[in-house]
Design a protein around this ligand. Structure first.
Ligand SMILES: [Zn+2]
Ligand SMILES: [Zn+2]
Length: 265
């Protein structure tokens, strides 16, 4: 009974964190100021009610699976076999901080290759197709996966937990960082500054626009497929899977953002 309660607590906790990021973006950009921000929405198409319903439905399903893995890894009797520690003085503070960039790089490599694997046609059909039903993603699409894909997505957590010593608070913060980035990537809007795609730093960051192109059937169902990264564009650049239209789309979005600002003044 205690285990079930702990699992339910983990589910509610994870879903609440998802809501903390998804709900304000949705209310602000899709409800309250919909008209005002429409010109700078990445895709001009309206979000369909049927898409919204499906995305919310699958977010509950997939977070049920994710919460189970989070529970088993971080809060169950299995936890003692991982490298997770709770004594804050066990490692220096610089190590605590260093865990974040290291995890992001490991996660990036894991995600890129799992994502490429999920695009093999037979795997795509059984694992990844539901996520790609969102061709015009909203923040709710961030967790719109079938249960198998949810397992792949959260697979990074046990890998990190068994691979590197992680303070329990740091790994919990890391989960929030990856969650917020997933919501940003599916928000339907890009919040990066003008010319970010050409900036020495920005060109290595996987923007919401770049992931949106991955969802947009026009650019990914062209026989090849682009933009498989999560946080970064490192692997996309190494493997030649940067969307060739990325710069063009970014310039177009920049122009629309400038026009909207001018019209507001
Ligand atoms: Zn995909
Ligand atoms: Zn996606």
């Amino acid at each position: 009974m205690d285990l079930i309660n702990k699992y339910l607590e983990t589910f509610i906790n994870y879903y609440s964190k998802f809501l903390i990021f998804a709900l304000p973006i949705f209310i602000f950009y899709y409800v309250l100021f919909k008209k005002r921000f429409q010109p700078v929405k990445i895709q001009q198409k309206e979000l369909l009610k049927s898409d919204l319903k499906r995305e919310i439905f699958y977010s509950v399903i997939s977070i049920s699976v994710i919460a189970l893995v989070v529970y088993l890894t971080l809060y169950s009797p299995i936890t003692k076999y991982t490298k997770i520690y709770d004594d804050f003085n066990k490692y220096p503070i610089w190590y605590y901080v260093l865990c974040f960039p290291i995890s992001m790089l490991i996660h990036e490599t894991y995600y890129y290759w799992i994502h490429r694997f999920m695009h093999i046609p037979i795997v795509f059909k059984w694992v990844h197709a539901i996520h790609h039903k969102s061709t015009n993603p909203s923040p709710w699409a961030a967790y719109s996966f079938n249960p198998l894909e949810a397992l792949f997505e959260i697979g990074i957590l046990p890998i990190l937990a068994f691979l590197i010593p992680f303070h329990i608070s740091a790994i919990s913060i890391y989960l929030v960082i990856q969650l917020s980035f997933a919501v940003y990537g599916h928000s339907g809007f890009d919040f990066t500054p003008k010319g970010f795609h050409k900036h020495w730093f920005g060109k290595w960051i996987n923007t919401s626009l770049h992931h949106n192109l991955h969802h947009n059937s026009k650019s990914y169902k062209n026989g090849k497929g682009y933009s498989y990264g999560f946080y970064f564009t490192i692997w996309d650049r190494i493997m030649g899977t940067m969307d060739p239209l990325y710069d063009e789309y970014f310039t177009d979005l920049d122009e629309r953002r400038i026009l909207r600002k001018r019209d507001e003044n």
